[in-house]
Ligand binder design. Structure first.
Ligand code: ADP
Ligand code: MG
Length: 294
């Protein structure tokens, strides 16, 4: 055809299941030498399920009571962990109270007012004070099993811990191997989740460089650090928490199916087929297109 090479590269990317927003994106994608992958929803399927219900002794809550309380606060959440909680409550047919004043903080969790109480659900590292105790023990047990522990607080006091687990995407290991070959170095895992769960998962796909417990701005700082060393970074993510890093990177790709609106708007390209392996495929394609132009 007479289509300019970069435009036909966009068309080809589309056939591979990736929507590139401009021709420039394909050119930039051909230049990347470093890849940073988000964990939840990117390396994993993004459909996590609640696996553990651990009400604390003294909370007065049953397993179902803990889940119903968390679900009330998570109800409006579009985060995969929030959806896991509301879905688990729905499956158990629990009566979930109405909540008011919902607020979410990326990389941290959610809060809302439920029945006159302030309920927070989120990261143990962010919501719990340091030190030991029954809640810390429950968190550790859940994390040692390779799961994500989420803590539930009522009026500032911990009342229980939820364990949530997600499956690796079936093509995660092959994608990591392909990206390693394309860039000459293994991708780095950037996650807001805890280090134990993150390393557990990374080890299964051949990733050794794991940066855990990150807030959205920490993901940006990692990208800027590499770019300051003259590297060209590709960030792949799905969440609101990934949006700033997607924008800061030389190139940002969002996972389309479970991706948040903000990530889809911010990214330079969107995976529409919901396969991670489309990412190395388009990187390869963009390099071919570059060669045609040069
Ligand atoms: P990732 O970078 O792996 O996609 P996030 O930054 O989205 O992870 O989340 C990081 C951590 O913040 C989670 O592991 C969890 O502890 C907490 N968190 C964020 N949003 C929620 C939510 N809606 N409900 C419970 N916990 C949450
Ligand atoms: Mg994510």
């Amino acid at each position: 055809s007479t289509m300019p090479p970069l435009l036909s590269a966009i068309a080809n990317a589309g056939r591979h299941g990736v929507l590139a927003k401009s021709a420039v994106v394909m050119e930039r994608l051909g230049q990347i030498d470093t890849v940073a992958l988000d964990k939840t929803g990117t390396l994993t399927e993004g459909a996590p399920r609640v696996t553990d219900l651990r009400p604390l002794p003294g909370s007065g809550l049953t397993d179902d009571g803990l889940l119903a309380l968390a679900a009330a606060a998570e109800h409006p959440s579009e985060h995969p962990l929030g959806r896991a909680v509301t879905e688990a409550a729905r499956e158990r047919r629990l009566a979930v109270a109405d909540a008011a004043g919902f607020a979410s903080a990326p990389g941290r969790g959610v809060s809302a007012t439920v029945g006159g109480h302030t309920v927070q659900v989120g990261s143990p590292d962010r919501l719990l004070p340091g030190g030991a105790g029954p809640v810390r023990d429950a968190v550790r047990e859940v994390e040692d099993a390779g799961r994500t522990a989420v803590v539930v607080l009522r009026d500032g006091s911990p009342v229980g811990v939820l364990g949530i687990a997600d499956r690796l995407r079936p093509d995660a290991a092959a994608t990591v191997a392909a990206l390693t070959e394309l860039t000459g170095r293994p991708p780095v895992l950037l996650t807001g989740d805890n280090e134990r769960a993150a390393k557990h998962l990374a080890a299964q796909v051949g990733i050794t460089d794991v940066r855990a417990g990150l807030l959205p701005q920490d993901k940006v700082a990692a990208v800027r650090e590499w770019e300051g060393q003259g590297r060209r970074v590709l960030v792949v993510g799905d969440g609101v928490n990934d949006a700033p890093a997607l924008a800061a990177a030389h190139c940002g790709i969002a996972m389309g199916k479970a991706g948040s609106d903000l990530a889809l708007e911010t990214a330079d390209a969107v995976v529409v087929r919901d396969e991670l392996a489309t990412v190395p495929a388009v990187v390869r394609l963009s390099r071919t297109a570059r060669r045609l132009v040069v």
